[in-house]
Design a binder for this molecule. Structure first.
Ligand code: NAD
Length: 500
């Protein structure tokens, strides 16, 4: 499928994706397939003004009516799932099945948000004063600034946008400068939903700004945006977090991970191997939840390694639009160089490496395909504690579960984790207060591929933010405590006497 075919299928005008100054290369072959218009400080400022104005009316529209817009967005996504999935593949290089999965995730969050639009509930709280009623209400927070990473070029936007819109907040999205094409397509689909929704949707309710870190910095520094949801590397979050805090904004930070699996003696080994392969090599190791560390019981390593190495040798790597392949390219040369650097460091730190080499793919000399790597490490050295956004699985062994959990936790990041075991005591220990310190902890499931119903995010250098399901919607609203006196007296709290 060519870019022109995909745009035709989406009913989008190709002219909208050409003639700009930002060249967009597809990681599939490294060739430029679009040139999009960059935003500048003035156009960003205008879009923030429009969003601020839009907030005035959107916040007072009943939430179930706001949900109707998200329902229509879900319809647009359902109707365009295949084409948008293919565009995701073209923009970021993940295989087509994963492109489809990403769009399905968007559809799922829309469905979830539509239901949520009738459930933005507060609390009734017992008042200590007679004739008083106390409650807690949630109100729209204001326009939300969204920054997203290249590897989930559309799902992250939808997690934020579907919730923000039902919560009463306009959105301004700065996608990764590496994947602006899918962002413009998503905005066009939302605009189509808005046209069907009618006049209740104000101008400026949703916009996209295209640019790099400098534009991102302007966005996060703007006081008119009370909430900033930023997804990307920990290095980015280290800059964004303080900027937002400085102006007393709220940030939802979704940053780097360094996810581990403990394989315990009672594990179903075949299941564990399948989970390792999917979560370590899927998306070419470019998921925030990709498996990077396998901590395997010493009694099993002799059985596990040959199975794993055999699977790694035959895993089909190549054009992600061809359904024959399970692994596509890395995003760019920088990513390939970072992988090679980490493999060299792993070797210096005593690692035994297989795989990791660049692969030739027909017609793709400017692209970066690699054979996924396994690095058997003598321990959790510096390189293992660092997130390298590429398919490298570090293998380490353990004797006692407590040590395995300590190793799992002994990294700066805290996103996702899992244990493979059929021992209830081990599973519960892993999930207990003394177990995994991550935002996500699974039993007999790999660390990647979360469902939208749960709150998604992680601790420590992963940033502490939560998106998607559970009560993550509260991050897009402001809390108000209300006390109403329906008596004829004025009793003071804490029994204070103050007669005037
Ligand atoms: P990146 O940090 O290079 O870029 C992410 C986004 O931040 C881009 O839009 C970029 O333009 C913007 N940005 C960069 N510097 C900025 C600044 N100073 N101010 C404002 N914006 C700035 O990340 P990437 O390479 O696109 O994505 C890979 C990283 O993202 C990995 O570390 C991965 O773990 C992480 N990630 C995390 C999650 C999560 O939910 N925790 C999800 C996806 C990706």
């Amino acid at each position: 499928m060519t870019f022109t075919d995909i745009l035709k299928s989406l009913d989008l005008d190709e002219a909208h994706f050409q003639g700009g100054t930002l060249d967009v290369a597809s990681p599939i072959d490294g060739k430029i397939f679009a040139n999009v218009k960059l935003d500048d400080a003035a156009s960003l400022d205008q879009k923030i003004s429009d969003a601020t104005a839009a907030f005035q009316s959107w916040r007072t529209l009943p939430a179930p009516r706001r949900g109707e817009l998200v329902r229509l967005l879900g319809e647009e996504l359902r109707a365009n799932k295949e084409a948008l999935g293919a565009l995701v593949t073209m923009d970021c290089g993940k295989i087509y099945q994963e492109g489809l999965g990403e769009v399905q995730e968007m559809i799922d969050i829309c469905d979830y948000a539509v239901g949520l639009s009738r459930q933005l509930f507060g609390l009734m709280i017992a008042s200590e004063r007679p004739g008083h009623r106390m409650s807690e209400t949630w109100h729209p927070a204001g326009p939300v600034g969204i920054i997203s990473a290249f590897n989930f070029p559309v799902a992250v936007w939808s997690w934020n946008t579907a919730l923000a819109l039902v919560c009463g907040d306009p959105v301004i999205w700065k996608p990764s400068e590496k994947t602006p094409v899918t962002a413009l397509a998503c905005q066009a689909l939302l605009e189509r939903a808005i046209a069907r929704f009618g006049d209740d949707a104000p101008k400026g309710l949703s916009s996209v700004v295209i640019g790099g870190a400098d534009l991102g910095e302007q966005l996060v520094s703007d006081k008119r945006l009370p909430v900033i949801s930023a997804t990307g590397s920990t290095a980015m979050g280290r800059k964004v977090g303080p900027r937002v805090a400085e102006r007393f904004g709220k940030s939802i930070l979704e940053l780097g991970g360094n996810n581990a699996m403990i394989v315990a003696p009672s594990a179903d080994l075949d299941m564990a191997v399948r989970a390792i392969v999917f979560s370590a090599v899927g998306t070419a190791g470019q998921r925030c939840t990709s498996l990077r560390r396998v901590i395997v019981h010493e009694s099993l390593v002799g059985d596990l390694l040959p199975k794993l190495q055999a699977a790694y040798k035959t895993i089909p790597v190549g054009d992600p639009l061809s359904e024959a392949n399970l692994v596509g390219p890395l995003i760019d040369k920088m990513s390939f160089d970072a992988m090679q650097k980490s493999l060299a460091q792993a070797k210096d730190e005593g690692g035994e490496i297989t795989g990791g080499m660049r692969l030739d793919v027909d017609g793709a000399n400017d692209a970066f395909y690699v054979r996924p790597a396994i690095a058997i490490m003598p321990g959790q050295s510096d390189v293992v504690k660092t997130e390298t956004f590429a398919p490298i699985a570090y293998i380490m062994t353990y004797t006692d579960l407590d040590d395995a959990i300590a190793t799992q936790n002994d990294v700066p990041q805290g996103l996702s984790s899992c244990i493979f075991t059929r021992d209830l005591l081990e599973a519960e220990t892993f999930l207990s207060a003394a177990g995994s310190d991550c935002g996500i902890a699974n039993v007999n499931i790999g660390p990647s591929g979360a469902e939208i119903g749960g709150a998604f995010g992680g601790e420590k250098e992963t940033g502490g933010g939560r998106e998607s399901g559970s009560d993550a919607w509260r991050g897009y609203m402001r809390r108000q405590t209300n006390t109403v006196n329906y008596s004829k007296e004025l009793p003071l709290a804490q029994g204070i006497k103050f007669e005037v």
